[in-house]
Design a protein around this ligand. Structure first.
Ligand code: UDX
Length: 400
Protein backbone atom coordinates (compact mmCIF):
# COMPACT_ATOMS: atom_id res chain seq x y z
CA UNK A 1 0.00 0.00 0.00
CA UNK A 2 1.70 3.21 -1.12
CA UNK A 3 1.12 6.92 -1.11
CA UNK A 4 3.29 9.30 -3.10
CA UNK A 5 4.36 12.54 -1.46
CA UNK A 6 6.13 15.38 -3.24
CA UNK A 7 9.11 16.62 -1.29
CA UNK A 8 9.96 14.27 1.60
CA UNK A 9 11.68 10.90 1.34
CA UNK A 10 9.96 7.54 1.33
CA UNK A 11 9.04 6.20 4.76
CA UNK A 12 8.39 2.57 5.63
CA UNK A 13 5.73 2.23 8.33
CA UNK A 14 5.59 -1.06 10.23
CA UNK A 15 2.37 -1.35 12.27
CA UNK A 16 1.44 -4.03 14.79
CA UNK A 17 -1.55 -6.08 13.59
CA UNK A 18 -4.09 -5.02 16.26
CA UNK A 19 -6.95 -2.70 15.39
CA UNK A 20 -5.99 0.16 17.74
CA UNK A 21 -2.35 0.01 16.64
CA UNK A 22 -3.06 -0.19 12.89
CA UNK A 23 -5.46 2.77 13.05
CA UNK A 24 -2.89 4.98 14.72
CA UNK A 25 -0.16 4.05 12.23
CA UNK A 26 -2.53 4.77 9.33
CA UNK A 27 -3.30 8.15 10.88
CA UNK A 28 0.40 8.92 11.35
CA UNK A 29 1.04 7.89 7.72
CA UNK A 30 -1.71 10.16 6.50
CA UNK A 31 -0.36 13.13 8.49
CA UNK A 32 3.22 12.57 7.27
CA UNK A 33 1.96 12.19 3.69
CA UNK A 34 0.28 15.58 4.00
CA UNK A 35 3.72 16.91 4.96
CA UNK A 36 5.21 15.67 1.69
CA UNK A 37 6.51 12.18 2.44
CA UNK A 38 5.86 9.07 0.36
CA UNK A 39 4.51 6.27 2.51
CA UNK A 40 4.86 2.51 2.23
CA UNK A 41 2.98 0.37 4.75
CA UNK A 42 2.83 -3.31 5.70
CA UNK A 43 5.44 -4.68 3.26
CA UNK A 44 7.84 -6.35 5.63
CA UNK A 45 9.87 -8.19 3.00
CA UNK A 46 10.56 -4.95 1.09
CA UNK A 47 13.22 -3.97 3.56
CA UNK A 48 15.21 -7.13 2.86
CA UNK A 49 15.22 -6.30 -0.88
CA UNK A 50 16.70 -2.89 -0.21
CA UNK A 51 19.99 -2.18 -1.95
CA UNK A 52 22.22 -0.49 0.69
CA UNK A 53 23.94 1.61 -2.02
CA UNK A 54 20.58 2.99 -3.33
CA UNK A 55 18.32 3.12 -0.30
CA UNK A 56 14.65 2.92 -1.19
CA UNK A 57 13.52 4.20 2.19
CA UNK A 58 14.82 7.15 4.13
CA UNK A 59 13.46 6.03 7.50
CA UNK A 60 11.51 3.23 9.20
CA UNK A 61 8.77 4.14 11.66
CA UNK A 62 7.77 1.07 13.63
CA UNK A 63 5.14 0.28 16.22
CA UNK A 64 6.96 -0.33 19.52
CA UNK A 65 5.71 -3.93 19.54
CA UNK A 66 7.64 -4.60 16.30
CA UNK A 67 10.85 -4.15 18.28
CA UNK A 68 13.02 -6.12 15.84
CA UNK A 69 12.82 -3.20 13.35
CA UNK A 70 15.72 -1.06 14.68
CA UNK A 71 18.16 -3.95 14.25
CA UNK A 72 17.02 -4.42 10.64
CA UNK A 73 17.18 -0.67 10.03
CA UNK A 74 20.69 -0.50 11.49
CA UNK A 75 21.78 -3.28 9.16
CA UNK A 76 20.69 -1.15 6.20
CA UNK A 77 22.06 2.02 7.82
CA UNK A 78 18.63 3.60 8.06
CA UNK A 79 17.30 5.62 10.97
CA UNK A 80 14.35 4.02 12.78
CA UNK A 81 11.78 5.78 14.91
CA UNK A 82 9.62 4.05 17.51
CA UNK A 83 5.91 4.94 17.43
CA UNK A 84 4.26 4.50 20.77
CA UNK A 85 0.46 4.27 20.34
CA UNK A 86 -0.39 4.21 24.08
CA UNK A 87 0.33 6.70 26.85
CA UNK A 88 3.79 7.96 27.75
CA UNK A 89 3.17 7.19 31.43
CA UNK A 90 2.54 3.51 30.72
CA UNK A 91 5.77 3.39 28.71
CA UNK A 92 7.59 4.88 31.68
CA UNK A 93 6.18 2.79 34.51
CA UNK A 94 6.30 -0.48 32.58
CA UNK A 95 10.07 -0.23 32.97
CA UNK A 96 9.63 -0.69 36.75
CA UNK A 97 8.22 -4.19 36.34
CA UNK A 98 11.47 -6.12 35.60
CA UNK A 99 12.95 -4.58 38.78
CA UNK A 100 9.96 -5.70 40.83
CA UNK A 101 10.63 -9.19 39.48
CA UNK A 102 14.31 -9.01 40.49
CA UNK A 103 13.25 -7.94 44.00
CA UNK A 104 10.95 -11.00 44.21
CA UNK A 105 7.81 -8.82 44.34
CA UNK A 106 5.91 -10.50 41.49
CA UNK A 107 3.11 -11.43 41.70
CA UNK A 108 2.50 -8.32 43.83
CA UNK A 109 1.62 -9.25 47.43
CA UNK A 110 -1.84 -8.03 48.57
CA UNK A 111 -0.18 -6.01 51.33
CA UNK A 112 1.34 -3.49 48.88
CA UNK A 113 -1.40 -3.24 46.24
CA UNK A 114 -2.83 0.01 47.62
CA UNK A 115 0.58 1.58 48.37
CA UNK A 116 1.77 4.49 46.22
CA UNK A 117 4.51 3.73 43.70
CA UNK A 118 7.42 5.94 44.82
CA UNK A 119 7.96 8.93 42.49
CA UNK A 120 4.95 8.02 40.34
CA UNK A 121 2.06 9.77 42.06
CA UNK A 122 -0.86 9.01 41.88
CA UNK A 123 -0.22 5.43 40.80
CA UNK A 124 -0.60 2.58 43.28
CA UNK A 125 1.15 -0.75 42.83
CA UNK A 126 -2.20 -2.25 41.77
CA UNK A 127 -2.30 0.23 38.84
CA UNK A 128 0.98 -0.92 37.29
CA UNK A 129 0.51 -2.37 33.79
CA UNK A 130 1.38 -5.95 34.69
CA UNK A 131 -0.11 -8.19 32.04
CA UNK A 132 -1.71 -11.50 32.98
CA UNK A 133 -1.47 -12.95 29.46
CA UNK A 134 1.28 -15.46 28.70
CA UNK A 135 3.99 -16.61 31.09
CA UNK A 136 5.80 -14.24 33.46
CA UNK A 137 9.08 -14.97 31.72
CA UNK A 138 7.66 -14.11 28.27
CA UNK A 139 6.16 -10.88 29.59
CA UNK A 140 9.37 -9.76 31.26
CA UNK A 141 11.31 -10.42 28.06
CA UNK A 142 8.73 -8.50 26.05
CA UNK A 143 8.81 -5.56 28.45
CA UNK A 144 12.58 -5.38 28.36
CA UNK A 145 12.45 -5.36 24.54
CA UNK A 146 9.72 -2.72 24.43
CA UNK A 147 11.66 -0.36 26.68
CA UNK A 148 14.94 -0.88 24.85
CA UNK A 149 15.44 2.10 22.53
CA UNK A 150 19.23 1.74 22.20
CA UNK A 151 19.09 1.35 18.42
CA UNK A 152 16.22 3.80 17.82
CA UNK A 153 16.75 7.37 16.63
CA UNK A 154 13.68 8.93 18.29
CA UNK A 155 10.26 8.18 19.80
CA UNK A 156 6.89 9.45 18.57
CA UNK A 157 4.07 9.43 21.15
CA UNK A 158 0.35 9.65 20.45
CA UNK A 159 -0.08 11.92 23.42
CA UNK A 160 -0.36 15.59 24.26
CA UNK A 161 2.21 17.50 26.24
CA UNK A 162 -0.37 19.05 28.59
CA UNK A 163 -1.68 15.60 29.58
CA UNK A 164 1.63 13.90 30.34
CA UNK A 165 4.21 16.63 30.71
CA UNK A 166 6.12 15.16 33.66
CA UNK A 167 6.23 11.60 32.25
CA UNK A 168 7.48 12.94 28.91
CA UNK A 169 10.17 14.98 30.68
CA UNK A 170 11.40 11.92 32.61
CA UNK A 171 11.46 9.79 29.46
CA UNK A 172 13.40 12.50 27.65
CA UNK A 173 15.90 12.60 30.51
CA UNK A 174 16.25 8.80 30.74
CA UNK A 175 16.45 8.07 27.04
CA UNK A 176 18.42 11.08 25.77
CA UNK A 177 16.56 10.77 22.46
CA UNK A 178 14.39 13.24 20.58
CA UNK A 179 10.80 12.76 21.78
CA UNK A 180 7.85 13.87 19.65
CA UNK A 181 4.43 14.01 21.36
CA UNK A 182 2.19 14.61 18.33
CA UNK A 183 -1.24 13.54 19.61
CA UNK A 184 -4.12 13.30 19.51
CA UNK A 185 -3.52 11.55 16.18
CA UNK A 186 -7.22 11.12 15.39
CA UNK A 187 -7.63 14.91 15.41
CA UNK A 188 -4.62 15.45 13.16
CA UNK A 189 -6.01 12.92 10.66
CA UNK A 190 -9.76 13.50 11.15
CA UNK A 191 -10.85 11.76 7.95
CA UNK A 192 -9.41 8.40 8.87
CA UNK A 193 -11.80 5.76 10.17
CA UNK A 194 -11.50 4.65 13.81
CA UNK A 195 -12.40 1.07 12.98
CA UNK A 196 -11.33 -1.48 10.37
CA UNK A 197 -14.64 -3.35 10.91
CA UNK A 198 -18.04 -2.14 9.74
CA UNK A 199 -19.68 0.23 12.21
CA UNK A 200 -23.43 0.33 12.90
CA UNK A 201 -24.40 3.97 12.37
CA UNK A 202 -28.08 3.51 13.26
CA UNK A 203 -27.40 4.89 16.76
CA UNK A 204 -26.87 8.40 15.37
CA UNK A 205 -30.55 8.76 14.37
CA UNK A 206 -31.48 7.40 17.83
CA UNK A 207 -29.12 9.90 19.52
CA UNK A 208 -30.68 12.75 17.50
CA UNK A 209 -33.90 12.11 19.43
CA UNK A 210 -32.31 12.26 22.91
CA UNK A 211 -31.88 15.29 25.16
CA UNK A 212 -28.51 17.07 25.38
CA UNK A 213 -25.99 15.36 27.74
CA UNK A 214 -28.54 12.70 28.71
CA UNK A 215 -27.00 9.53 27.20
CA UNK A 216 -24.31 7.26 28.66
CA UNK A 217 -22.16 5.57 26.02
CA UNK A 218 -20.81 2.17 27.15
CA UNK A 219 -17.96 0.43 25.36
CA UNK A 220 -14.94 -1.67 26.33
CA UNK A 221 -12.90 -1.18 23.16
CA UNK A 222 -11.77 -4.04 20.94
CA UNK A 223 -10.24 -6.62 23.31
CA UNK A 224 -11.74 -6.46 26.83
CA UNK A 225 -15.15 -8.02 27.48
CA UNK A 226 -17.56 -8.87 30.30
CA UNK A 227 -18.65 -12.30 31.48
CA UNK A 228 -22.35 -13.25 31.69
CA UNK A 229 -22.78 -12.14 35.32
CA UNK A 230 -21.15 -8.76 34.63
CA UNK A 231 -23.34 -8.20 31.56
CA UNK A 232 -26.46 -8.86 33.63
CA UNK A 233 -25.37 -6.51 36.44
CA UNK A 234 -24.51 -3.79 33.92
CA UNK A 235 -27.83 -4.26 32.12
CA UNK A 236 -29.92 -3.91 35.27
CA UNK A 237 -27.79 -1.11 36.67
CA UNK A 238 -28.38 0.88 33.49
CA UNK A 239 -32.06 -0.06 33.31
CA UNK A 240 -32.69 0.89 36.95
CA UNK A 241 -31.00 4.27 36.50
CA UNK A 242 -33.75 5.10 34.00
CA UNK A 243 -31.21 7.04 31.94
CA UNK A 244 -30.80 6.47 28.17
CA UNK A 245 -27.71 4.63 26.95
CA UNK A 246 -25.86 3.36 23.88
CA UNK A 247 -24.14 0.07 24.67
CA UNK A 248 -21.63 -1.76 22.49
CA UNK A 249 -21.87 -5.48 23.28
CA UNK A 250 -19.23 -7.35 21.32
CA UNK A 251 -18.77 -11.09 21.01
CA UNK A 252 -16.77 -12.45 23.92
CA UNK A 253 -14.54 -15.47 24.48
CA UNK A 254 -16.16 -15.77 27.92
CA UNK A 255 -19.73 -16.46 26.67
CA UNK A 256 -21.30 -18.25 23.71
CA UNK A 257 -22.64 -16.12 20.80
CA UNK A 258 -26.09 -17.71 21.32
CA UNK A 259 -26.17 -16.56 24.97
CA UNK A 260 -25.21 -13.01 23.98
CA UNK A 261 -27.81 -12.93 21.23
CA UNK A 262 -30.64 -14.09 23.46
CA UNK A 263 -29.53 -11.83 26.35
CA UNK A 264 -29.38 -8.79 24.03
CA UNK A 265 -32.82 -9.55 22.56
CA UNK A 266 -34.48 -9.94 25.99
CA UNK A 267 -32.79 -6.87 27.39
CA UNK A 268 -33.72 -4.73 24.35
CA UNK A 269 -37.35 -5.75 24.92
CA UNK A 270 -37.18 -4.76 28.60
CA UNK A 271 -35.67 -1.29 28.09
CA UNK A 272 -37.40 -0.48 24.80
CA UNK A 273 -36.54 2.95 23.36
CA UNK A 274 -34.34 3.88 26.32
CA UNK A 275 -31.45 1.72 25.18
CA UNK A 276 -29.59 1.39 21.91
CA UNK A 277 -27.48 -1.78 21.74
CA UNK A 278 -25.04 -2.66 18.98
CA UNK A 279 -21.91 -4.64 18.15
CA UNK A 280 -19.76 -1.80 16.86
CA UNK A 281 -20.51 1.90 17.15
CA UNK A 282 -19.00 4.79 15.17
CA UNK A 283 -17.37 5.77 18.47
CA UNK A 284 -15.89 9.14 17.55
CA UNK A 285 -19.22 10.27 16.09
CA UNK A 286 -21.07 9.01 19.16
CA UNK A 287 -18.76 10.81 21.58
CA UNK A 288 -19.04 14.01 19.52
CA UNK A 289 -22.85 13.90 19.64
CA UNK A 290 -24.52 16.54 21.84
CA UNK A 291 -26.78 13.93 23.44
CA UNK A 292 -23.84 12.01 24.94
CA UNK A 293 -23.05 13.19 28.47
CA UNK A 294 -20.93 10.35 29.86
CA UNK A 295 -18.73 7.44 28.76
CA UNK A 296 -18.48 4.13 30.62
CA UNK A 297 -15.06 3.02 29.39
CA UNK A 298 -12.32 0.44 29.92
CA UNK A 299 -9.84 3.34 29.50
CA UNK A 300 -8.05 2.06 26.41
CA UNK A 301 -5.75 4.89 25.41
CA UNK A 302 -7.60 5.67 22.16
CA UNK A 303 -11.02 5.73 23.83
CA UNK A 304 -9.67 7.98 26.56
CA UNK A 305 -8.14 10.48 24.11
CA UNK A 306 -11.34 10.43 22.04
CA UNK A 307 -13.44 11.13 25.12
CA UNK A 308 -11.15 13.95 26.30
CA UNK A 309 -11.23 15.51 22.82
CA UNK A 310 -15.04 15.65 22.91
CA UNK A 311 -15.22 16.87 26.51
CA UNK A 312 -17.12 13.76 27.68
CA UNK A 313 -16.52 12.78 31.34
CA UNK A 314 -15.86 9.13 32.08
CA UNK A 315 -16.76 6.27 34.39
CA UNK A 316 -13.59 4.21 34.27
CA UNK A 317 -13.59 0.46 34.71
CA UNK A 318 -10.18 -0.70 33.51
CA UNK A 319 -9.81 -4.38 32.66
CA UNK A 320 -6.05 -4.94 32.31
CA UNK A 321 -2.61 -3.54 31.57
CA UNK A 322 -2.26 0.12 30.62
CA UNK A 323 -5.98 0.72 31.22
CA UNK A 324 -5.32 0.79 35.00
CA UNK A 325 -2.73 3.54 34.59
CA UNK A 326 -5.00 5.59 32.35
CA UNK A 327 -8.03 5.21 34.65
CA UNK A 328 -5.95 6.57 37.51
CA UNK A 329 -4.87 9.57 35.45
CA UNK A 330 -8.44 10.24 34.30
CA UNK A 331 -9.75 10.22 37.87
CA UNK A 332 -6.85 11.66 39.88
CA UNK A 333 -4.74 13.83 37.55
CA UNK A 334 -7.04 15.23 34.87
CA UNK A 335 -10.11 14.78 37.14
CA UNK A 336 -12.53 14.19 34.30
CA UNK A 337 -13.95 10.89 35.53
CA UNK A 338 -14.45 8.49 38.41
CA UNK A 339 -13.02 5.03 38.69
CA UNK A 340 -15.42 2.18 39.47
CA UNK A 341 -13.16 -0.10 41.51
CA UNK A 342 -15.37 -2.89 42.80
CA UNK A 343 -17.06 -5.88 41.21
CA UNK A 344 -19.91 -4.90 38.93
CA UNK A 345 -23.11 -4.76 40.97
CA UNK A 346 -26.38 -3.29 39.70
CA UNK A 347 -27.02 -1.00 42.70
CA UNK A 348 -23.51 0.49 42.52
CA UNK A 349 -23.77 0.89 38.75
CA UNK A 350 -27.09 2.70 39.06
CA UNK A 351 -25.59 5.02 41.70
CA UNK A 352 -22.51 5.99 39.70
CA UNK A 353 -24.53 6.52 36.50
CA UNK A 354 -26.93 8.87 38.33
CA UNK A 355 -23.99 10.63 39.97
CA UNK A 356 -22.49 11.43 36.57
CA UNK A 357 -25.60 11.95 34.46
CA UNK A 358 -28.01 13.64 36.87
CA UNK A 359 -26.36 14.99 40.00
CA UNK A 360 -24.61 18.34 40.50
CA UNK A 361 -21.23 16.62 40.94
CA UNK A 362 -21.62 15.17 37.44
CA UNK A 363 -22.33 18.60 36.00
CA UNK A 364 -19.12 19.91 37.59
CA UNK A 365 -17.23 16.98 36.14
CA UNK A 366 -18.69 17.72 32.70
CA UNK A 367 -17.52 21.35 32.98
CA UNK A 368 -13.99 20.21 33.81
CA UNK A 369 -14.07 17.80 30.86
CA UNK A 370 -15.11 20.66 28.53
CA UNK A 371 -12.23 22.76 29.88
CA UNK A 372 -9.70 19.99 29.23
CA UNK A 373 -11.11 19.51 25.72
CA UNK A 374 -10.26 23.14 24.87
CA UNK A 375 -6.71 22.85 26.21
CA UNK A 376 -6.10 19.65 24.23
CA UNK A 377 -7.70 21.12 21.10
CA UNK A 378 -5.37 24.11 21.30
CA UNK A 379 -2.36 21.79 21.19
CA UNK A 380 -2.96 20.95 17.52
CA UNK A 381 -3.62 24.55 16.47
CA UNK A 382 -0.84 26.42 14.68
CA UNK A 383 1.85 27.12 17.26
CA UNK A 384 0.39 24.58 19.75
CA UNK A 385 2.77 21.99 21.27
CA UNK A 386 1.60 19.00 19.19
CA UNK A 387 1.66 21.04 15.99
CA UNK A 388 5.19 22.24 16.78
CA UNK A 389 6.28 18.74 17.69
CA UNK A 390 4.97 17.41 14.38
CA UNK A 391 6.90 20.07 12.46
CA UNK A 392 10.03 19.18 14.43
CA UNK A 393 9.48 15.51 13.60
CA UNK A 394 9.28 16.34 9.89
CA UNK A 395 12.53 18.35 10.13
CA UNK A 396 14.15 15.52 12.08
CA UNK A 397 13.26 12.89 9.47
CA UNK A 398 14.39 15.12 6.61
CA UNK A 399 17.73 15.80 8.22
CA UNK A 400 18.38 12.18 9.32
C1 UDX B 1 -6.01 -1.95 23.26
C2 UDX B 1 -5.90 -2.07 24.78
O1 UDX B 1 -7.05 -2.68 25.30
C3 UDX B 1 -5.73 -0.70 25.38
O2 UDX B 1 -5.56 -0.85 26.74
C4 UDX B 1 -4.55 -0.01 24.79
O3 UDX B 1 -4.49 1.30 25.30
C5 UDX B 1 -4.64 0.03 23.27
O4 UDX B 1 -4.84 -1.29 22.78
P1 UDX B 1 -8.57 -1.31 22.68
O5 UDX B 1 -9.19 -2.29 23.59
O6 UDX B 1 -8.76 -1.53 21.24
O7 UDX B 1 -7.04 -1.09 22.91
O8 UDX B 1 -9.14 0.13 23.15
P2 UDX B 1 -8.83 1.57 22.65
O9 UDX B 1 -7.40 1.92 22.72
O10 UDX B 1 -9.73 2.43 23.42
O11 UDX B 1 -9.25 1.57 21.12
C6 UDX B 1 -10.50 1.20 20.67
C7 UDX B 1 -10.75 1.90 19.33
O12 UDX B 1 -11.83 1.26 18.70
C8 UDX B 1 -11.10 3.38 19.53
O13 UDX B 1 -10.44 4.15 18.54
C9 UDX B 1 -12.60 3.41 19.29
O14 UDX B 1 -13.06 4.61 18.69
C10 UDX B 1 -12.82 2.23 18.36
N1 UDX B 1 -14.16 1.65 18.58
C11 UDX B 1 -14.41 0.90 19.69
C12 UDX B 1 -15.13 1.93 17.66
O15 UDX B 1 -14.90 2.66 16.69
N2 UDX B 1 -16.37 1.40 17.89
C13 UDX B 1 -16.68 0.64 18.95
O16 UDX B 1 -17.84 0.21 19.05
C14 UDX B 1 -15.67 0.37 19.89
Amino acid sequence: MEKQGQKGGRLLLVPCPFQGHINKMLQLGSVLHSKGFSITKFLAQMISHQDPSHPQFSCIIYDEVMYFCPAVANHFKLPSIMFRTCSATTFLVRALIPNLHLQGCLPLPDSILQDPVPEHYPLRFKDLPITKFGSEEQNLRLMANLFNTEKSSAIIFNTVDCLEQSSLAIIQHQKQLPIFPVGPMHKLAPNSTSSILEEDTSCIAWLDKQARNSVTYISLGSIASMDAKELEEMAWGQANSKQPFVWVIRSSQKISPEWIESFTKDFKNSVGERGCIMRLAPQRQVLAHDAVGGFWTHCGWNSTLESICEGVPMICRPCFGDQNVTARYVSQVWRVGWQYENELERGEIEKIVLRLMVEEEGKEMRKRARGLKHVVEASIDDGGPSCNSLNELVEFIMSS
